[in-house]
Design a protein around this ligand. Structure first.
Ligand code: ZN
Length: 405
């Protein structure tokens, strides 16, 4: 399919380039004599295509199609197709070929520059790409923001959060830190405050690993100033306060998740349990979970409450709660927990097999999904491994889709 598409696009591109080149040659006097015969490279390219040698055909066509301001878009399109096909080395050659023509208008040279930087990112040559993008930021007003966005991509891949924070801060609108950005028409990506907020969380996690809780707290407060809806900052702050030996403060912070985004309350249960236990207030956790469930019910909270009931009030209380809720909120994980609670008193061969089967089914299914690209996984990632968006992954049971577990 891709090859067929490329073949069609190439044919059109060469035809268009030919026509434009011919027009150019007739009016200005070009390199080819278009009134006589086409260049030999064009025939060679056609032969290669007919023989099925697409790689050689691409090389021949690139040589045949004269580079000038009018055929420029065709070359850019060809390079981009090659990059998307994963033929990055060829894409680099096409874009370098354009950059070797200083006679092209500056705007076109800058675009070639940008495309070459993108090729280098695809090839994993991040240092080279970074140099090109930094030049573009200085030299090209038109591509400055897009180049800065690509620099962020590079610093995220390198986990260089200081540089990422520096560049993202430059992308913020000057007059207000929290207003929406005004970017180029072709600028894509998440809002800058949301990015800054996650970069601050990354820095905070580094500080927490070094037991530098004060600096960590500073980064998390900054994260919430950039984006007050950043649940990751709240959860990380709760975790920090548990580790720093402030369980009461941790409980207060984690309870604020209910107002910030109730979809994430179930994610905070383990942290809350640690905090309540450290504060000798374990009994209050169940009350808080039940209140949260009343306000915003979901399957994950059903499980958390049942588990807490089991520990505090015994298995009968947990089974009763599960039975009451499984009918209206059916889930494999709920069923597995109910069977596990049964099997503690009534272990039979059949029950053990049923439980093992359900557990295998649960283990094979994804619990989380990215709301942006649909990536599915077993754990909550703040940075989606699929689309590289931040904070777009949620518990599937929140959405109550047909395949929730
Ligand atoms: Zn995604």
């Amino acid at each position: 399919m891709n090859d067929l598409l490329l073949l069609g696009i190439l044919t059109i591109a060469i035809g268009l380039g030919w026509w434009l080149g011919r027009r150019s040659a007739t009016t200005k006097g070009g390199l080819w004599d278009f009134h006589s015969t086409p260049p030999s490279q064009y025939y060679r390219g056609l032969n290669f295509l007919l023989d099925g040698s697409q790689d050689s055909a691409i090389d021949a066509f690139t040589k045949a199609l004269e580079v000038n301001a009018e055929t420029f878009d065709t070359h850019i399109a060809l390079g981009n197709i090659l990059r998307r096909r994963g033929e990055v080395e060829r894409a680099i050659k096409v874009h370098q070929n354009l950059l070797a023509r200083p006679s092209l208008p500056v705007a076109q040279l800058h675009l070639s520059h940008l495309e070459l930087a993108r090729d280098y990112i695809s090839a994993g040559l991040l240092d080279r790409s970074e140099r090109l993008l930094k030049d573009l930021v200085t030299e090209s007003g038109a591509h400055k923001r897009v180049a800065q966005r690509h620099l962020l991509e590079i610093y995220e891949a390198q986990r260089d959060w200081d540089k990422a924070l520096e560049v993202a801060s430059e992308l913020l609108p000057k007059r207000s830190l929290l207003r929406a950005r005004t970017g180029d028409a072709d600028e894509v990506g998440q809002s800058v405050p949301a990015l800054l907020s996650h970069y601050c969380c990354e820095k905070a996690e580094e500080m927490i690993d070094r037991a530098d809780f004060q600096s960590g707290r500073g980064f998390l407060e900054q994260a919430l100033r950039y984006d007050s809806a950043c649940v990751r900052a709240t959860m990380t702050l709760g975790s920090l306060e548990v580790k720093a030996g402030n369980p009461d403060r941790a409980i207060k912070v984690l309870q604020s998740l209910a107002q910030q985004d109730s979809d994430y309350v179930a994610e905070s249960v383990n942290l809350l349990r640690d905090a309540y236990m450290a504060a000798n207030r374990r009994g209050e956790l169940l009350m808080y979970l039940k209140e949260s469930f009343k306000r915003a019910p979901n399957n994950s909270l059903v499980l958390s409450i049942a588990e807490e009931l089991h520990v505090c009030n015994g298995s009968d209380a947990a089974k009763l709660f599960l039975r009451d809720n499984l009918e209206s909120r059916p889930s494999l994980r709920g069923l597995a927990l109910l069977m596990k609670l049964h099997s503690q008193s009534e272990v039979g061969e059949d029950e053990a097999l049923e439980l093992a089967t359900i557990n295998k089914l649960v283990a094979g299914r994804s619990r989380y999904r990215c709301g942006h690209c649909g990536f599915r996984g077993q754990s909550l990632h703040w940075h989606c491994p699929g689309c590289k968006h931040w904070g777009t992954i949620k518990d599937l049971s929140i959405t109550r889709e047909a395949d929730y577990v």
